[in-house]
Design a protein around this ligand. Structure first.
Ligand SMILES: C[S@@+](CC[C@H](N)C(=O)[O-])C[C@H]1O[C@@H](n2cnc3c(N)ncnc32)[C@H](O)[C@@H]1O
Length: 363
């Protein structure tokens, strides 16, 4: 059975676990460390733990950080259920009604009154950055926050599960289709998802999960192990998506503002100019060069709009000189997977043009 923590919460431009697993098995042994500096939904670190390796992961986005941390630092089901009961017992709807009404119109059509009040309460109460059980609670809410009404497992009015649609578009869509929000109890929905996910074995093992810019990898307080020799990662694709904006509602739940925003926390999500994009990739190589041991392998899935595969390969390989190390391109391939990373997400989109996989060796 596929480990059910993998699908805790979708993430735009995520790669399948088969990709991470195949490379981790091929390039590492039990106990080795594996790094993903653009961890997204946390597939590389979770796969590493499930394969009895150790994981280091970071990402600049708070949604990515929350779900990666939840998957790799899961509390026991018993502890989680006790925390859900405890928070439910101290919820008092009367304290949240006025604050819920004061939110922008979007929220009152996206969620029923009761659901919204519970979400606002949890948004304030959950200590998701510091408490294991709250981290998993928040991860489960993020996974259930929006999706298909008919499935019964999501909290919102009709929305895609993958990205948060913008307020004006959503309001037009709900009005046109005469759709009202379902009345869901957040605590019950989270209990249901928890029971489903915990049918899989809990991932255990050592991991360091951080929320940082890739450029800061070498100045962090967690000591990067000296024998770090494997990276399996996927940077933001060229001119493809803005992770901050596309995850705005999930970011709201984690404490961000009431409107979609881009470039607030990060301006590397969607580079539209090639020179700036490759400079960012060069910075990434510089960071990797400073933390990786001799003989390390770096596997990169990368793509973009308006770029040809050989152009991506040569620019990525060319930028490797900024690592300050001797880097060999061992192999590269145009991704053959049927469901390309970016295709399956944005409704009605063809996704990006090109996606390639490159394997590098640092001598
Ligand atoms: C293609 S996605 C990674 C998807 C991931 N492989 C998965 O399966 O979910 C790229 C990630 O890079 C992150 N990112 C963008 N700029 C960054 C930066 N400067 N430092 C660290 N992470 C960054 C984004 O937040 C996004 O999660």
């Amino acid at each position: 059975m596929r480990n059910r923590f993998h699908s805790l919460c979708p993430y735009f431009a995520m790669f399948p676990e088969t990709f991470a697993e195949a490379w981790i098995k091929r390039l590492t042994r039990r106990g080795d460390w594996v790094l993903d500096p653009f961890s997204g939904r946390g597939t590389t670190p979770l796969s590493a733990l499930l394969l009895e390796r150790r994981a280091i992961a970071s990402d600049i986005n708070d949604v990515a950080y929350c779900i990666t941390k939840a998957k790799t630092n899961a509390p026991s089901l018993r502890t989680l259920m006790a925390r859900i009961d405890e928070l439910e017992a101290s919820f008092d709807a009367r304290h949240w009604a006025a604050a819920a009404r004061a939110l922008p119109e979007f929220f009152g059509v996206a969620f029923s009154g009761r659901t919204l009040q519970q979400l606002m309460y949890l948004r304030q109460k959950l200590e998701w950055r510091t408490k294991k059980s709250d981290g998993m609670f928040a991860g489960l809410v993020l996974g259930a926050l929006h999706g298909d009404v008919a499935s019964g497992g999501y909290l919102s009015n009709q929305m895609p599960r993958t990205i948060s649609t913008k307020p004006a578009y959503s309001l037009r869509y709900w009005a046109k289709h005469k759709q009202a929000p379902p009345d869901r109890d957040v605590f019950d929905i989270v209990r249901q998802w928890a029971a489903y996910r915990y049918k899989s074995a809990l991932p255990v093992g050592q991991s360091h999960i951080m929320q940082i810019d890739v450029r800061k990898l070498s100045n962090i307080e967690v000591t990067i192990p000296k024998n770090l020799r494997c990276v399996v990662t996927s940077p933001p694709y060229f001119d493809t998506t803005d992770f901050e904006e596309d995850q705005w509602l999930r970011r709201w739940f984690l404490g961000a503002g009431n409107e979609p925003k881009s470039d607030q926390r990060n301006s590397d999500d969607r580079h539209r100019r090639e020179d700036r994009y490759w400079r960012f990739i060069a910075d990434t190589w510089r960071s990797l060069g400073s933390v990786l041991a001799k003989g390390a392998n770096v596997v990169v899935r990368i793509g973009g709009r308006r770029l040809r595969p050989d152009r991506i390969r040569s620019a990525l390989a060319g930028a490797a000189c900024f690592s300050g190390r001797k880097v060999e391109l061992v192999s590269w391939d145009v991704s053959k997977l049927k469901n390309r990373q970016t295709r399956s997400f944005r409704p009605n989109s063809d996704g990006i043009g090109v996606e390639i996989d490159c394997h590098f060796h640092l001598v």
